[in-house]
Structures are given as C-alpha cells and as structure tokens.
Design a protein around this ligand. Structure first.
Ligand code: FAD
Length: 434
C-alpha cells in the first residue's frame, strides 16, 4: 500500500513524486514511456519555472547538459495604427535574484526529473501502462496495469494522482467535472534548425499566425508556429511548405535565417487541443499538470504551471497525510491556489490563441511601452510569471504608462486579466497547506 501512486512521469508527475518522496511519503511513479523519451511539446520554461527547478536543486543538471540560458526577449508586433515595432528586454529577477529562461529538450528535462524522483526515494516503474483505475464504494483505491513482463499487476494507494496528460485515465474514470471550457483555438508545429542565430527568445504575433523561436540543446534553434484551428486540415496537406510560409509571412528576417540554416529534425505538431480546468480532486484521487488544466501552448506556459501545481499538490497531500488538516480541505486549497494563480493568464491565453487582432486598448498599451525599458521588462515579467498580472494591469500603472490621469482610461477598455477570477468560490479556511 502506497501513500500515492502517480500515473505519468513527465513534468507534472515526476516533480509531484519527487516532492512527496522528499517529504518521506511512500510513492509509486508509473509511466508507459521509458526515459529518455520525447513527447510532442516544445520546451521553453519561463523564468518562474526555471527558478522552480533551481529551488529543487535540479537547474545545475540542466545547465550541465549544455542547455543555454536565454536572457533576452524580442516581441515583434505590427498594428495598423502603429505600424511594425519590437519590444526588447528581459524581466526583472525574481526575489532570489534569478532571471533566465531555459529550453531543455524533453528527452533531457523529463529524464532529469524522473531520475530525481527515484533519487528522492520514489519507486519508479517505466514501461508500465495503467489499464484501469480501481474504485471501491465511490472511492479510488488503486490501479491495475501491465509492465514489460505483460503480467497484470494491481497496486493500491491512499491517493492515485493523474499526472497523465490531457486525456487522463484518472479524470475519465472519475468523470472529473470540467469548467472554464473553451474549444480548441489553435494548432502548432515545430522543428529544430542548425546554424540559425537567434537574438534570444523571439516572439512574432500577427492576426492568424504566431511564430516563437528560441535556442536549445545541440546549438539548435527551436522554431514553433501556431495557426488558428480552422487552418489545420489545409496546413497538414503540406506541413513543410505551410510552416515555412507561415514564418516568411510574419517573420521574413527569421525566414531568411532559416533558409541559411539546416533543418535538423522532422516536424512535430498537435491540434484539437481543448482548453479547460478540471476539478482536481475527489475521494482517493487528484489531478495535476495537463490532466488538471489544459490550455493552448501559445505562451509556452504548461511546464511552468505543471511545476507550480506539483508543488501545491505535494504540499496539500503532505498536509492531509500528516493530519495537519483534513485531506479534502487541503486539496480544496490546492484547487483554489492553482486557479488563483492561473485564471488571469488562462483568459489571456485562450483569447490570444484565437489570433484575432488585439483589442485596440491593448494595442495602445503595447505601443505605449516603446522606449520605456522599465515597462517592457515588467510586461515581460507578467508573461514570465515574475510580475503579478494585477500589478501591471492596474489602472494606476496603465494610466502612468500611457501618460493619462486615472479617469482617462476608457471605461470599456478590454485588457488582459480583466475577467474575474472565479474558480472555487473562496479559499478554504484552513489554508495553511504547510
Ligand atoms: C506543440 C506543443 C508545444 C508546447 N510547447 C510548450 C513550451 O514551449 N513550454 C511549455 O511550458 N509548455 C509547452 N507545451 C505544453 C506542455 O507540453 C504540457 O503542458 C506539459 O507537457 C504537460 O505535462 P504533464 O506531465 O502534465 O503531461 P504529459 O507531458 O502529457 O505527460 C503525461 C505522461 O503520462 C503518461 N501516461 C498517460 N496515460 C498513461 C497510462 N494509462 N499509463 C501509464 N502512463 C500514462 C504518458 O506516457 C506521459 O508520459 C506545449 C504543448 C504542445 C502540444
């Protein structure tokens, strides 16, 4: 009998297992994959996510693997009213003085995380496929599955954690309720290039297209494009040509650099990816990572969010297992904190993933940042999770940025983060999840 069985050993499951094992709990970590293994995902980790790796004592392994640090962001924009312009800078350091983005390939990152979970004392079974989540009297009690031997195995735990991605078997078994559901908005394709120089993280956004380029292992440039879901079938009829055309159309300078470089990998991509929150706990079960919240990858946020939620969930389970508070209360706290941290950015992401023209008020805000390095760095801090949304998008800050009196901000202006942050109605009273 384990304290927790974690299904899925990537960026949400391995850290959850690692943190629980470090707190002295008995953990079984399962994945049908064997590591190192790749997955369909680019892998830019925000400043906040990179700082999280540093706090867990794992960032030095990422650095030692030859993954370069990114310390410059170029946001490339073009609006009818303002023409073409770029905002270039980098977010302020976090409170520990740390400021860098890393983009380790998933073959490297996920292996480091799985090994760290094992080193912390979690029992890891790779190549183990969970076929059934076991329930008794309305409560999840364990899993049944098969490893390499093919012999069916049953394991039991106090809690089964679904860190098993978008189509989570745990979420399906318990019919986890979904909320804030938004249908798929975009699809994405990426590949790697040799001999392509980048200025750091380069982000190009126009109505109908987004292109993101960043340096990674093997001195390669990863270049990721996103287009609206309605273009998916057309795009797939000739991925190579459509990918290059997307880059050339909105980032011709980058397109020229790709032409001078060498394609180093096949194209990888995914569409039909809905956006939703799921209730992340119930009797004997919990969800973390994409299994708990899934959103379009247009702002490259999923790994950072998975790290944060792994930590919140491990804190909650520890508080419940140790009896510092009822497990259900601790898990309600987890849901509240997850939603509070994510909802403003989630709204921005699903809006942005539609790749419609930006709201005029938001265009004004972006244009007002030209030549204001402090504002640019703070805005990038919002996207990189080191500056709170509410702080940057406060009427006072926006008025100062745009040289307006508070009252002069248009009342109907729709700015990112405007939407209310409902989720769970209130933070449970016993909120100290330790
Ligand atoms: C095209 C694309 C680009 C992206 N780019 C970025 C980016 O640049 N930065 C970023 O932060 N995020 C990015 N994301 C999002 C990011 O990939 C996800 O948010 C993240 O991988 C979620 O991690 P996870 O551990 O929750 O789930 P997953 O990575 O989906 O892992 C789930 C694991 O569970 C295992 N599993 C599932 N079912 C079972 C079962 N029944 N038995 C055993 N094992 C099982 C699977 O084998 C898998 O290893 C991107 C996503 C896509 C699609």
């Amino acid at each position: 009998m384990y304290d927790a069985i974690v299904i899925g050993a990537r960026v949400s499951g391995a850290p959850t297992a690692l943190l629980l094992a470090r707190k002295g709990h008995r953990v079984l970590l399962l994945d049908r994959a064997t590591f190192p293994s790749d997955t369909v995902s680019t892998h830019m980790i925000t400043v906040e996510g990179s700082a999280q790796l540093r706090r867990w004592g794992l960032l030095h392994q990422i650095e030692a693997s030859g993954c370069p640090a990114v310390t410059n962001i170029v946001l490339d924009l073009c609006f009818e009213r303002y023409g073409h312009f770029t905002l270039e800078g980098f977010p302020y350091p976090d409170e520990d003085g740390f400021a860098a983005i890393y983009a380790p390939k998933r073959t490297v990152l996920d292996k480091i995380l799985v090994d760290a979970a094992a080193a912390a004392g979690a029992e890891v079974r790779e190549g183990f496929s969970v076929r059934e989540v076991l329930t008794e009297g309305g409560r999840v009690v364990g899993v049944r599955g098969r490893g390499a031997s093919g012999i069916p195995v049953t394991e039991r735990a106090r809690v089964v954690v679904g860190a098993d991605g978008l189509r989570s078997i745990v979420a399906q078994t318990v019919s986890a309720p979904e909320y804030h559901v938004v249908p798929p908005k975009a699809f994405g394709y990426y590949t790697y290039w040799d001999d392509v120089q980048l200025k750091g993280l380069e982000f190009f956004t126009r109505p109908g297209s987004t292109v993101i380029a960043f340096p990674t292992h093997d001195e390669q440039a990863a270049v990721f494009i996103e287009r609206p879901e309605r273009d998916f079938a057309d795009f797939r009829s000739d991925v190579h040509a459509a990918y290059l055309k997307t880059v050339d159309d909105i980032a011709p300078d980058l397109g020229a650099r790709l032409e001078g470089g060498r394609l180093a990998h096949r194209f990888m991509g995914a569409g039909n990816r809905p956006n939703f929150f799921r209730k992340p706990y119930g009797p004997g079960w919990a969800l973390v990572g994409d299994a708990g919240v899934h959103k379009d990858p247009i702002t490259a946020q999923g790994i950072t969010d998975a790290f944060r939620d792994a930590e919140l969930l491990a804190q909650a389970l520890d508080a419940g297992f140790r009896g510092r508070m009822p497990l259900e209360t601790a898990l309600a706290t987890y849901e509240y904190r997850r939603n509070e941290a994510l909802k403003p950015l989630y709204d921005f992401i699903v809006d942005h993933a539609a790749m419609e023209p930006f709201d005029p008020a938001f265009q004004d805000v972006l244009a007002a940042m030209r030549g204001n390095q402090d504002a640019i760095n703070r805005f990038f801090g919002v996207i990189q999770n080191t500056v709170p949304w509410a702080e940057f998008f406060s009427p006072q800050n926006l008025s100062a940025l745009m040289g307006l009196a508070d009252a002069a901000l248009p009342a109907e202006a729709e700015l990112p983060g405007d939407a209310e942050v409902p989720a769970v109605s209130a933070e449970p009273e016993l909120a100290d999840a330790g």
